[in-house]
Design a protein around this ligand. Structure first.
Ligand code: GDP
Ligand code: ZN
Length: 449
């Protein structure tokens, strides 16, 4: 329900836990001038840095730092926002936060600041998701395309298509009263060419969004092969200089069995199955089970063999649990011991790459193969960091546009399909989004965002 009453005041530590030079407590609510004054002892000037001493209720100093006051609506959330910058220690931050709670704030829920920004029209939903995706980006390329979503580029393109749909709908609906002229009307208004234009715009956007989804989630690669065939060496060689910045993202605990590297900014989550055989330690069982579940979701299986050995040597339990749907590539390693000729051989879709992890010969063939399997063909700046839900909405919109093209003899149905396409696109920006979906989206944000 639209909030008739003023929003309550929320507060959270916005900086990462742990120690840092500076830590930030962020507060958002209605009419926070008095709140800020209680913290810094004078009336705060909008958007000015106030160097001040933060005191507790008894007047005892907690910390010295900067207070910033952003009156509504010119703030991140669109409400009054107060930001306290103190020394970035966990105890100091906790005390500052508690002081804010004493002054009447309550603890913010995950993503609540961004949710308020969305509800106040500061950001649309795709932009809000861009905020979270930028924070969680695991490669520089992913971060750049998250920033494009955050700054509204994705939403702009969605809106452009929505506008084209609306124009066409208006035309169609204006003639619904003259049924005998329907067919003629469609021809005169060039409705079908226009619909075709919308369809090709949508397809282009979906393609770029798919590329972005790839940047976001990457590819799962499993390395299999006998001991000493060169799995670890190949992994190191592939990682090269581009080892991913792997961060401690909530919910994705790192473990020794899985390593993330990147090729052209695409995260490759690589599991070296050797790690699975090496241990029977019960403590590691849980990690191993998790790894098995990831193996069952693999996109690519790289099977390593040595240049002079036969292919089908590994007939153990790993084979039976490898997903049938994954793309399989045989890598013939250690060609430096033989003729040294790197090559890609394609025998009716069964690809074999001959390379050397030691010398690096043929590694570029493997990189190209992985990019090809991923379906990566984008050129940097166009990519949109999309989520599965965005892809889904774009696919639905496309289906309705295609259905409209089939209905050109019945204008009501034609118009209805256009309306449905528009509604699907509206889900991306949040114009037609159910409250419970919003809850799910924002609950995955970190606290303080
Ligand atoms: P893993 O057990 O499959 O992980 O194999 P390693 O990567 O640990 O490699 C086993 C041995 O093979 C090491 O001595 C490596 O130096 C060697 N090795 C790996 N790749 C090559 C290669 O391309 N050429 C040669 N000559 N030796 C290699
Ligand atoms: Zn190894």
């Amino acid at each position: 329900s639209p909030a008739a009453r003023a929003p309550d005041t929320i507060a959270a530590i916005a900086t990462a836990p742990g120690r840092g030079g500076v830590g930030v407590v962020r507060v958002s609510g209605a009419a926070l001038s008095a709140f800020a004054q209680a913290l810094c002892g004078r009336e705060p000037q909008p958007r000015r840095a106030h160097f001040t001493r933060f005191a507790d209720a008894a007047g005892q100093a907690i910390d010295e730092g900067i207070l910033l006051y952003f009156p509504a609506p010119a703030s991140f959330t669109g409400e009054d926002v107060v930001e306290l910058q103190g020394h970035g220690g966990p105890v100091v931050m906790q005390l500052l936060l508690e002081r804010c709670l004493e002054l009447g704030a309550r603890l913010a829920e995950p993503g609540e600041f961004t949710r308020r920004a969305f509800l106040n029209g500061k950001l649309d939903l795709a932009q809000a998701e861009g905020v979270a995706d930028l924070i969680e980006a695991s490669t520089a390329a992913a971060a750049r395309s998250a920033l494009r979503s955050l700054s509204g580029k994705f939403s702009e393109e969605v809106r452009r298509i929505v506008d084209a749909l609306i124009d066409l709908r208006m035309l169609v609906e204006a003639t619904l009263d003259f049924p005998e002229e329907e067919i003629e009307f469609l021809e005169r208004a060039r409705a079908l060419p226009r619909l075709e234009g919308i369809r090709s715009e949508l397809e282009g956007l979906l393609d770029r969004a798919r590329q972005g989804a790839l940047l976001r989630s990457g590819l799962n690669v499993v390395l299999v092969g006998a001991p000493n065939v060169g799995k670890s060496s190949l992994l190191n060689r592939l990682a090269g200089e581009e080892r991913a910045i792997v961060t401690d993202i909530a919910g994705t605990t790192r473990d020794a069995l899985r390593e993330t590297i990147q090729i052209e900014g695409i995260p490759l989550h690589i599991i070296d199955t050797a790690g699975l055989r090496d241990t029977a330690d019960t403590v590691e069982r849980i990690g191993i089970e998790r790894t098995w579940r990831e193996i069952e979701r693999a996109d690519v299986i790289l099977r390593l063999v040595e240049a002079d050995a036969s292919d089908e040597v590994v007939g153990d339990t790993i084979d039976t649990r490898l997903p049938a749907g994954a793309v399989r590539v045989t890598v013939v390693n250690k060609i430096d011991l033989g003729d040294g000729q790197a090559a890609r051989e394609d025998d009716a879709g069964r690809v074999r790459l001959r390379l050397s992890a030691r010398t690096g010969a043929g590694i570029e063939l493997l990189r190209a193969e992985l990019l090809r399997i991923a379906g990566w063909h984008a050129h940097g700046e166009d990519v949109i960091l999309a989520r599965e839900r965005h892809l889904q909405a774009l696919r639905e919109a496309l289906a309705h546009v295609a259905a409209a093209a089939e209905q050109c003899a019945a204008l009501e149905l034609f118009a209805e399909e256009l309306r449905l396409a528009q509604e699907s696109l509206g889900e991306i920006t949040g114009e037609f989004t159910a409250d419970d979906l919003l809850g799910v989206i924002f609950s995955r944000f970190c606290i303080g965002k």
